[in-house]
Design a protein. Sequence first.
Length: 427
Amino acid sequence: MSKIVVGMIGLGTVGQGVVRLISGCKNLVLKKVAVANLTKAREGQLPGSCQLTDDVSSLLNDPEIEILIEVMGGEKPALDYLLQAIEKRKHIITANKEVLAKHGPTLFEKARSKGVDIFFEAAVAGGLPLISTIHKGLEANEISSVVGIMNGTTNYILSQMTEKGIGFDVALADAQKQGFAEADPTADVDGHDVSYKLSILSALAYGRFAQPTSIYKESIRTLHFDDIKIAAELGYAIKLIGITKSKDGELDVLVAPMLVPKNHVLAAVSLSNNGILVNGSAVGEIVMVGPGAGQMPTASAIVGDTINLANAMQLPDFASYFQPEIETEWATVKEATTWRSPYYLRLIVNDTPGVIGHIGTIFGAHNISIRSLIQKDTKKDEASIVIVTHEVKKADMDQALSKLQKSDFLKELGAALHIFTPESNHA
Ligand SMILES: NC(=O)c1ccc[n+]([C@@H]2O[C@H](COP(=O)([O-])OP(=O)(O)OC[C@H]3O[C@@H](n4cnc5c(N)ncnc54)[C@H](OP(=O)(O)O)[C@@H]3O)[C@@H](O)[C@H]2O)c1
């Protein structure tokens, strides 16, 4: 078997893991690694003949390099580097969910036109072989949904809040100290990271990327420990859930913290693990649980892709076999206002007679049926009311909450969270 020459952009957390694993692969030669700052102190050693450079063009213009591993991250200049590499007919292996989600149609179209492959197992669910499972293992199936916990950082934060009884800020600071969260946690806690993954999963499962801006996102920043505690009493765990479902050529794609019944498999996915459910027409529902990020799990996905690609490169005309059929148009994503689910609400109200009746009247006018209502604490002249509803359309709940917020008896809307039910769907 002839040796395949590889170049890599990025030698950070993931890149260093890739170097460790790839050094043991006999038929792969890592020739050049590009970084931003050559003077930075680095742990570990590059293989003897490998050059470290800050000149990315020296990789892109090296005709010996047939595979480019991109583990630098971010939208730009990664996009330009990937497009240049594809133009030079280099195959791509990337962990970069942001660039794929935002520019997937352009990148895959260009790769198709140049007869090269883009491998991206590491871009979603880190060490879990989710991409290859959907792409190849479930090829005989029509996929109807991919649902689950797709961000290890937020799952770690929520697990710590639950187990230690701490608030969001303390749990975030702890996650940052432990290396599970970035200094700027926005992409994770506000749902952007999951939206990128949902975009990619939509492309793989249904043939079109979902534009990340079209994906409805709710943050976990405003989650209160009281709600985690009350949810537990009611038999739920709170998890950040990503959903992409296909129905009649349109997609439901959203990410939000949701109450998950404790007897559901996702409720038990703890710490920085991911848990993903895929529904296929023939196989039914399959579940994958495990490390969704981290140096070696992510490197495992990257180097696994590299080995598969290098093996395939020994065969003629292999490229189209590996390239998923992805259309150049963006998917049609339904408005989140049509999403239907039961709700958990916590309202801080004036402790005066008639309040419950007012709430019932507002809910009745918006087709909201209450499943249970509990008065939790009463302090001085205010009361905390926890309501669980039957399934309701988001637009109806939004309107009812807006009316409640204008009423003179509501002091604070403590929480309004979706309750996850496997059958949650649009109207
Ligand atoms: N970390 C994870 O657990 C994980 C999991 C799944 C996917 N990913 C994805 O993997 C990718 C890399 O993540 P990471 O955590 O390894 O990032 P990281 O630790 O920040 O490393 C980024 C690397 O890219 C280099 N770099 C940045 N800009 C560059 C430029 N313009 N030219 C050349 N090199 C440049 C940096 O160089 P310097 O070293 O000189 O700064 C650094 O070596 C991202 O797309 C991320 O989303 C990460």
